[in-house]
Design a protein around this ligand. Structure first.
Ligand SMILES: Nc1ncnc2c1ncn2[C@@H]1O[C@H](COP(=O)(O)OP(=O)(O)O)[C@@H](O)[C@H]1O
Ligand SMILES: [Mg+2]
Length: 380
């Protein structure tokens, strides 16, 4: 599990350390740096997958544009205000990302190059004395999911990539491999009890997906099938019982929210003890009760051993997490809530703590207080 992340000179951050828990929520105003945190982890992962964090020669580096994130060049990612420090130390130009896992810190220091899309590594983590090698994969979890806010929309068909969905179990940064993943793994058993809803007909991924999707839309069921002679798969929905029970509907004729939520649901249901799941605005297009259920599902993935880092604007998601703590389904010390707000050119982070009874230690101004603000004015 990742215990902490440190970000220096990267996008919205001059310098920021953040504690990470099994379930971490990143909240705050628009453009305050929440996605930048997820991007810094995705950047490390994408550089790692490209073999660039291990290299001992000059080829190692941070790969700014790839399968997970497309960040541009050095000038796009280096924090703007570094200029003020330039005269002090040439090292201030550089971008430094660090993570701590199981108490061991790892740091990657990359050289700034204005036009570069591969930022050369100046230093990489030192192998712990106790081990002959370090397994970088274990820093990120063997099963890694990163679902951006911009996800798949209802479509007639979706790609069928054996490499992504089956071999790597990767849903795609936009969830584009989700339908093929469901097709390939529908009969696999969801092993963790925390993730299984009792009303489902079995513990298979498909039954449990149906059951969780029914919490968002009662009666719904899904089918994911390959289309013969093509490299695509098709998703269809059915609704409830009665004379129309056998009717199938294509996603384009069904509400937007279901298809939009599907990658999130599958990412959580396929969680393993070594999974790292990064989710951006999972609540998008869901009704309030669905948002609470989504928090329950993510909490269940955490109980199954996964680590979830979630950016959200939803008070229902926050409250869902607080409720799971209060109900004893998740330990309070398995949660971290960070509230981001802009301070001048940079970002400031406040960290309210969830107690065992679900209460929060602190309600900083602007932190999910809009309901109260509006109510005050309505009652005035
Ligand atoms: N190179 C940079 N230097 C300074 N700030 C940056 C840089 N790149 C992006 N930002 C700032 O980061 C913020 C966007 O961060 P982001 O993580 O996308 O926000 P959020 O997810 O909270 O909406 C914007 O305020 C933008 O000005
Ligand atoms: Mg964002």
């Amino acid at each position: 599990m990742l215990d902490a992340i440190g970000i220096t000179n990267f996008k919205a951050f001059a310098r920021q350390d953040l504690a990470l828990a099994p379930f971490t929520l990143l909240t705050g105003l628009n453009s305050s740096g929440k996605s930048s945190v997820l991007q810094s982890l995705a950047l490390l992962r994408q550089s790692f997958e490209a073999g660039l964090l291990d290299e001992v020669d000059d080829m190692g580096g941070l790969l700014l544009n790839g399968e997970l994130v497309e960040l541009g060049t050095g000038q796009d990612v280096r924090h703007d205000t570094y200029v003020r420090h330039e005269v002090n130390s040439p090292d201030d130009r550089n971008i430094v990302l660090s993570i701590t896992t199981e108490g061991v810190p790892y740091e990657w220091r990359a050289e700034y190059g204005r036009e570069d899309d591969l930022l050369r590594l100046l230093s990489r983590p030192v192998r712990p004395v106790s081990s002959t090698s370090y397994d970088l994969r274990s820093l990120f979890g063997r099963r890694f999911q990163y679902l951006k806010a911009d996800r798949i929309v209802p479509a007639v068909s979706y790609p069928r990539s054996h490499e992504a969905a089956v071999r790597r179990g990767f849903l795609g940064a936009r969830g584009e491999h989700t339908v093929n993943f469901l097709r390939a793994h529908q009969d696999d058993s969801v092993k963790a009890e925390s993730l299984c809803l009792p009303e489902a007909s079995s513990t298979t991924l498909l039954s449990q997906t149906d059951a969780w999707m029914q919490r968002l839309c009662p009666g719904v069921n899904l089918q994911a099938v390959g289309i013969d002679g093509t490299d695509t798969v098709r998703l269809s929905y059915g609704f409830g019982a009665g004379v129309s029970a056998s009717n199938r509907y294509r996603p384009t004729n069904v509400g937007f929210g279901l298809t939009y939520a599907l990658p999130i649901v599958i990412a959580c249901l396929s969680a393993r003890p070594d999974s790292l799941i990064l989710l951006e605005n999972p609540e998008a297009h869901l009704h309030p009760q669905g948002q609470t259920w989504l928090a329950y599902l993510a909490a269940a993935a955490v109980s199954a051993g996964a680590q979830v880092i979630m950016e959200t604007h939803s008070d229902h998601v926050l409250n869902g997490l607080r409720l799971r703590v209060k109900q004893g389904k998740l330990r309070a010390d398995s949660t971290a809530v960070h509230f981001f707000r802009r301070k001048g050119q940079s970002t400031e982070v406040v960290t309210p703590v969830i107690a065992d009874d679900g209460t929060l230690s602190d309600w900083p101004t602007g932190f999910f207080d809009e309901w109260e603000n509006s109510l005050d004015q309505l009652l005035d």
